[in-house]
Design a protein around this ligand. Structure first.
Ligand SMILES: [Mg+2]
Length: 251
């Protein structure tokens, strides 16, 4: 039952074999900073958390209203490039992972072309082209309108992130899996990580933490990737077990 995988409309990159650690991270609001005062989205999130709506349908509705207001895809990409900022510690974290043979994979419920566009502005074209992204895609129509192409249209998540983690779990010698997330789109992945990091934004509600507390899923709260790196480093360097890391509670 738990292994019933939704069909994927998009390919996956090959999984990294024989790694001791992998770092999988949500993009929006985790690697990037997002305005948490998005009240319209907040109302949708509460419905998702309470189970009365799906992420897939709420997100599609939101995007449709953007298209209905006449915004072309390139314009949206440019607005995001101008406005999205990176978590203060992410570059450090990414460099540590690179130096220690830890693959970093972005697991997002957003659209890969937008993520790539923003990432190339934030960390440069070359680095941006190297980071793996498992996300949804975009369909751009001839009349200039566009829509999201969900990876898992049959899943209420649109992109069921657990499907990016489970192949690692099934390896004969699975790596230690670090997962970083902040919101309702990460709920499907939350229980499959070895060490789940939940991003905590000062003064904002935390939907993923609420979900984890309700479901009894142990996690580490972190404010930015510099803080998370402190814990990751200790686990990687053998100073701390996964269990110890989860017992810490806050990075
Ligand atoms: Mg997020």
């Amino acid at each position: 039952m738990a292994d019933e995988a939704p069909a994927s409309t998009l390919p996956y990159p090959p999984i990294h074999l024989d790694k001791k650690f992998v770092a999988l991270s949500d993009w929006d609001g985790t690697i990037t900073n997002r305005d948490s005062n998005d009240y319209k989205r907040r109302a949708g999130n509460l419905e998702i958390l309470s189970g009365t709506a799906t992420f897939r349908d709420e997100f599609r509705k939101m995007l449709e209203s953007v298209v209905e207001n006449g915004h072309k895809f390139d314009e949206c990409a440019e607005v995001l490039r101008q406005n999205i900022t990176l978590d203060v510690g992410f570059k450090n974290f990414y460099n540590f992972c690179k130096a220690n043979d830890i693959p970093v994979v972005i697991i997002s419920s957003g659209m890969a072309p937008l993520i790539r566009a923003v990432l190339s502005k934030l960390i440069g074209d070359e680095e941006a082209s190297q980071i793996e992204i498992i996300a949804n895609d975009t369909i751009i129509h001839e009349d200039g309108t566009w829509e999201i192409k969900y990876r898992h249209p049959s899943s209420g998540y649109g992109h069921d992130k657990s499907q990016a983690i489970l192949p690692y779990r099934r390896l004969a010698t699975p790596p230690t899996i670090f997962f970083f997330g902040d919101g309702v789109s990460d709920m499907s992945a939350a229980r499959h990580a070895d060490v789940l990091f939940v991003k905590q934004k000062p003064g904002a509600d935390n939907d993923l933490a609420a979900f984890c507390n309700r479901e009894g899923i142990k996690h580490v709260l972190f404010e930015d990737f510099d803080r998370a790196l402190g814990v990751v480093k200790k686990v990687v360097e053998g100073e701390m077990t996964v269990k110890d890391a989860l017992a810490v509670g806050t990075a």
